[in-house]
Design a protein. Structure first.
Ligand SMILES: [Zn+2]
Length: 56
């Protein structure tokens, strides 16, 4: 499984989800994690609902 990545809002690079700071610019990424992690969950929820809708 591919590692989950998020975009650093400080330097714009794609960085791994794990860890507390950006490995490139050392910026705190707690906010990026909560923001983009929530977005990921919403997309997954919509996708699952769509599949349930299609097969029902
Ligand atoms: Zn960064």
């Amino acid at each position: 499984m591919e590692e989950l990545k998020i975009r650093c809002s400080n330097c714009g690079k794609m960085i791994p989800y794990a860890g507390n700071v950006c490995p490139y610019c050392n910026a705190d990424k707690q906010q990026d994690k909560s923001k983009q992690g929530k977005m990921f969950l919403i997309i997954m929820a919509v996708f699952i609902l769509l599949i349930i809708y299609i097969i029902s």
